[in-house]
Design a protein around this ligand. Sequence first.
Ligand code: HEC
Length: 191
Amino acid sequence: MANESKFYPYARIVTGVAVAAVLLILVSNLRGFFVRPEDDPEWTPPPGSELVTQTAEAEQQVASGPGATLYAQHCATCHQPNGKGLANVYPPLAGSELLQGDPAQSIAIVLHGFQGKIQRNGKEYNGVMTPFGNLLSDEEIAQILTHERSSWGNSAEPVTPEMVAQVREMTKGRTQPMTEEDLRKLKPVSQ
Ligand code: HEC
């Protein structure tokens, strides 16, 4: 009993130091759990990782082209990614004579929209296509139509931004979607 009371003060100090040490270890480890490398203001991504993403994006762009990307964004919801449309709802662009003819008609359709009863491949369509004239530039419309005229088995000359500008000017002030009759009256733009 006498011995115990003699060492008591030292035991308290030792215990105190031990507890402090355990707490210190716990606190630093716990912090490690919740801190991610990105939280460190001095952390930078390993060299090269950014370059890999950029190269992949560039490769995809080259493979599909700007016209394909724009088609996917603005036209594929209705005409479908494969250009076949939906029977009796959205006419096919694959194999479309109108699309592969003089570009004036398809340019006017994209600028102002298209409505009214039409017959394509023995099927009837009577829908409304929305206009894109305020949404897309001459350059973008040229890229989309060039893509459509050379995809899904289609084969027609590219459309230039100048052709689009010409039809924009020719149909200036129009507020209604094109009808088939209006399309027939358009002056051709191909040279
Ligand atoms: C909201 C659905 C919709 C979207 C989006 C759409 N179209 Fe259309 N498109 C139609 C409909 C419907 C018709 C047929 C209109 C009719 O029945 O008179 C049509 C007709 C056409 C035609 C005429 C095809 C033919 O053989 O007569 C072309 C060319 C065309 N669209 C191109 C495009 C392009 C290019 C885009 C994208 C910029 C696009 N469309 C986006 C619904 C759409």
